[in-house]
Design a protein around this ligand. Sequence first.
Ligand code: ADP
Length: 249
Amino acid sequence: MNFNHDENDLLSVKGLNKYYANFHALKNVDITVKKGEIVVICGPSGSGKSTLIRCVNHLEEPNAGEVVFNGTLVKNVEKELQKLRRRVCMVFQNFNLYPHLTVLENCTLAPIWVQNRTRVEAEESALLHLKRVKIPEQAHKYPNQLSGGQQQRVAIARALTMEPELILFDEPTSALDPEMVKEVLDVMIELAKSGQSMICVTHEMGFAKQAADRVIFMAEGEIIEEGSPSAFFENPKTERARDFLSHLM
Ligand code: ADP
């Protein structure tokens, strides 16, 4: 099958539709993410942002549409989905760390059991990424011994230990106390600069202005606008985007 695949495309989502019973949560959504691109998705609460990125790695099963990752159509078959989730990691709003495992164990669990890497190699890699998010000294603590900002940085290190081709961030700072938001955004900005491909659902417009290559604005399950951060913030095309932005200022 020909997907008109451009070799610079990492992800191509076409005609995505998602229903929750009769509620049409995603309406014919198309997005493309190039290798190394940082895409920010914003929009009012309930507009389908989270549903969209959950459909990308099939945490939610779309009702229609296709997800093509690195030129390969993702089929809804357990083995294929496992393969996809080795390459596309998600960072959640509420961290989703395993409370009974140490920070280091949280980071090495999937590399050992899903990627068949040795414990020694997985631990080396995890420590490197814990250094990158500036908390190597927390490696042997349990999640509940850490602040929210530190837990979210562990979640990012855990994703990085998988060496993913794409990271999906689902409102990574919205569960944090205000004083902890910056430490997480600083890590995300560093990742963006390093060339890590990412899709970030976030209301942190400062992050979008500083780090995004492209901003997608959603409302009521549809993409309403899409463009460079400067075009979107300085010259939004639609009333809905102007209204959304006016409430953030
Ligand atoms: P956003 O991330 O933009 O806030 P979501 O993608 O979380 O929006 O949700 C989009 C819409 O779909 C909302 O109206 C929400 O209530 C609904 N929705 C999301 N998940 C479910 C679900 N599991 N069951 C029923 N409705 C859902």
